[in-house]
Design a protein around this ligand. Structure first.
Ligand code: C2O
Ligand code: CU
Ligand code: CU
Length: 491
């Protein structure tokens, strides 16, 4: 009798606690992505600082920065060698204010490493930071020792020199730090860059592929600023660190002048935690041509593209349907990300081919194992299969060459999050189903990161063709850091 009474009290208290968590958790739901007008800065500008039109938030609108292509210092056409220096710097995002930042070979973000399938690549990664770092090649199929995960720490003043062949097809990949405890902040302060892989197929398609002209990378991030211009990194939220300003390639809501032709955009969701639902302001359609790990078999027509942290998509927008002087916005639902300012008519010889790629689909029967992955919790209380990450524990042993089916789900309950972008290192997989049903056409391609919704079960089929230790984790970087990560070893 007494026990029952005590249970009732405990249940009551728990309900109150969960209620409070629920209230805290709601305002940052996936749908609530609009800018809060109260936190927007209105800088005082001198006459000559008013160089561009200002938007309603009071920021100077800048031209979209285009990351530079990193010079290949190996003259051999079959080899590439790049120098990458992780360094401290400062940036000017808000007029008249200086933001301490981190970058590769510069103040913020990094250059693009362009490589070709079949090439042998060497990268000299130098750590000029005052902290440990590592550089992980997200989406790259390499052996564990070259992966740049938490095992390949680069101490300050050290150089790490991985060397590996590019054995995968054309895709847009990226790189970022992956050390235990500082991944999320190092990325937030600016450490991230893109890798473009080309192959004979991608080069033969006559898609827009003139880098910086009609082939443009878009690194999407959200950031929060203090009054003095410095970044505010706030990870006290249930779903990770969010910002109230949209940035593309390191500029707040920039513009890009585009001629009336087809433009290819290689889009990375480089945010720590925010999902994007990408739309054009006229709700018009565009084509997705690529997923994380390669080109789709055929272009997919879309007017909303969902991208969770870590995911990439290549899209083509045909600006020939607009006329000179028009402005088209790229938005995250209703929030401005950037503006396309339409320029002149242009002869455009590029095409969006009906057939982009040939993908060898795995048959489920080749899978040796069916594995269950349960993602649970939110905030700092997150687990995979009930456990938090332990660097000294191998969670799964996998035979080299194995193909496995992973059934990944978010555990429903009072501590359920809005979902988790689930990523596996060193491989590209295929999505089999979502909640037992069909997947959208734009997910029928090679993936290394897949969003698992709040109550969803997603089945994927994944090959393990490279030896070594690899991480798998939620790509909300605050969840990863809080332990929503596991480790597998291929041997
Ligand atoms: Cu972007 Cu562990 O990865
Ligand atoms: Cu990765
Ligand atoms: Cu997560």
């Amino acid at each position: 009798m007494q026990k029952k009474w005590l249970l009732g009290v405990i249940l009551g208290i728990s309900l109150i606690i969960f209620g409070i968590i629920g209230v805290l958790y709601n305002p940052i739901s996936k749908d609530n992505l609009s800018l809060n007008p109260n936190t927007v800065e209105t800088p005082n500008l001198s006459e000559n600082q008013q160089s561009g039109p200002s938007n309603n938030s009071g920021n100077i609108i800048r031209a979209l920065p285009i990351p530079k292509l990193q010079e290949d210092i190996d003259p051999d056409p079959n080899r590439s060698e790049f120098n990458l220096v992780a360094q401290e710097g400062s940036s000017n995002f808000i007029d008249g204010k200086t933001t301490p930042t981190l970058g590769y070979n510069g103040n913020y973000l990094g250059p693009v490493l362009k490589v070709k399938k079949g090439n042998e690549v060497t990268i000299n990664v130098e750590n000029k930071l005052s902290d440990d770092t590592s550089v992980h090649w997200h989406g790259l199929e390499v052996e564990g020792a070259n992966d740049g995960g938490p095992h390949q720490v680069i101490h300050p003043e050290e150089i790490w020199k991985p060397s590996f062949p590019i054995q995968q097809e054309a895709a847009t990949l990226w790189f970022h730090p992956h050390v235990i405890g500082t991944t999320a902040t190092q990325v937030y302060y600016g450490l991230a860059g893109l890798i473009i892989v080309e192959d004979d197929n991608s080069l033969s398609l006559n898609l827009p592929n003139e880098y910086g002209a009609n082939d443009i990378p878009l690194v999407l991030q959200d950031r929060r600023f203090d009054d003095d211009g410095s970044f505010v990194y706030n990870d006290n939220m249930m779903e990770g660190a969010f910002g109230d300003k949209m940035m593309v390639n390191g500029a707040i809501t920039p513009y890009l002048d585009v001629d009336q032709r087809k433009m290819r955009f290689r889009i990375l969701n480089g945010a720590n935690a925010r999902n994007f639902n990408l739309q054009l302001s006229d709700s018009s359609q565009y084509y997705q041509i690529g997923t994380d790990g390669g080109l789709l078999e055929a272009p997919v027509t879309l007017n909303t593209l969902f991208l969770s942290p870590g995911e990439r998509a290549e899209i083509v927008v045909d600006f020939s349907r607009y006329s000179k002087g028009e402005e088209i916005e790229l938005r995250n639902k209703n929030t401005l990300i950037m503006t396309f300012r339409i320029g002149d008519e242009l002869v455009d010889n590029t095409v969006i081919p009906d057939v982009l790629n040939e993908i060898k689909w795995f048959d489920e029967s080749v899978a040796s194992t069916i594995k269950t992955i349960e993602l649970d919790g939110m905030g700092h209380m997150v687990t995979i299969n009930g456990r938090q990450f332990d660097m000294h524990r191998i969670d799964d042993k996998v035979n080299l060459g194995d193909v496995q089916i992973w059934e990944i789900s978010t555990i429903p309950g009072m501590m359920t999050s809005n979902g988790h972008p689930f990523h596996i290192h060193g491989t590209q997989f295929q999505i089999l189903s979502r909640d037992g049903g069909e997947i959208p056409d734009n997910e029928k391609g090679w993936k290394d990161t897949v969003f698992i919704g709040g109550t969803e079960t997603v089945r994927i089929i994944v090959p393990f063709n490279y030896k070594g230790a690899f991480m798998y984790h939620c790509h909300i970087l605050e969840h990863e850091e809080a332990g929503m990560m596991g480790q597998l070893e291929v041997y």
